[in-house]
Design a protein around this ligand. Sequence first.
Ligand code: HSE
Length: 325
Amino acid sequence: MKVSVFAPASIGNVSVGFDVLGLAVKPIDNTLLGDVVSVEQSDEDQLAVVGRFAGKLPKEKEQNIVWQCLLRFNQALLERGLEPVSVAITLDKKMPVGSGLGSSACSVVAALEALNCFYQKLGVHHFDQANMLRLMGELEAQISGSLHYDNVAPCYFGGLQLMIPDEQVITRSLPTFDDCYYVMAYPGIEVSTKAAREVLPSEYSRADLIQFGQNLATFVDACHRQDKVIAHQVIKDVVAEPYRNKLLPGFIDACNYLQSQGALAVGISGSGPTLFCITDELEKAQEFAKWLNDNYLKVNTDGCTEGFVHVCQVDKQGAIELPSS
Ligand code: HSE
C-alpha cells in the first residue's frame, strides 16, 4: 500500500495581510506546482528525495523537513499510545526553495497528510484537521523561525485563508474571485523567509498601522461582497514590500510596468522573490507571463534560468491524495 499526496503552492500575505492571509494557486495548464510526498511500509524508516529541486536540499536526511515531519508524526502517535510502523518516504521536490511560493509548507503539508492518509488506510488512526494544521504550523515554524500559518493553511485547505487568533479555529476560508488569474513569476534566485523577516522594522508608524488595518478590513469585506474592484484596489503592502523590494532585483520596474498595463494588483508572493500579478483577462495574463518571462527571470552566465512563470487560478482543493499509479 502506497499513499501519495500533492500539496499546492500558495501566495503568503497576499500583500494586504502580512502573516494572516494566504491563497492557494494552481497553473491553468495543470502543471503540478507543489510537492508530492509518497509513503509506504518498509523494513526501516527511509527518506528519498527526487525532483527538479532535490539538489537544493541538505544531503543529510535529518536536516530535511520531511524527516522532521515523520519524527513529529510518530511522536504524536506515541502520545496517543499508538505504535508507529517503519515507512519509506519519497519527497518529489518540485518547488524551488526560498521562492516565496510556500515551498516548505508544500513539503510539510504533503508529508504530514500522506502519513495521516497512510495510517488511516492501515486502520490505525486518523488525526482530525485541527490537529493536523497545528502540527503543520509547528513544523513550518522550525524552518522559517516563526509561527505563521499563511502558507500551510491554504496549502492544506485550498482557497483563500484568513488566520484567526483562536487556537481552536486558526483559519477561516474567505470567498475568492474565481475569474481572476494570478501570474506567478519566480525569478530563480533564493531569498530565505528568515532573511526577508530580518529586513523588516520592529516598529511601524501610526499612519502605516491605520492603512494596514483599513486595507485588510476593506479587502475582507470586499471578498464577502464579491466586489472585485475594491478588493484589488486595497491589495497594497505597507508592512513588508517597502523594505523587501531591495532584495528583489527588477521588482519595482516590473510592478510599474504591469500596473501601467492594467494589472489589478501586483505584489511579492510570501517573503519573495516570486512576484504575483492579478488580472481578470486571460489574454492579459498571458501577455504579463511573457513579459515577466523575458524581463523578471534571472539569466545565468550559461544563458539558462532556474526561474519560471505560471498563469494560475485559485486552487480550491488544497492537499489531495493522488490516485495510485
Ligand atoms: N508571511 C511570512 C512572511 C511568510 O512574509 O515573512 C510568507 O510566506
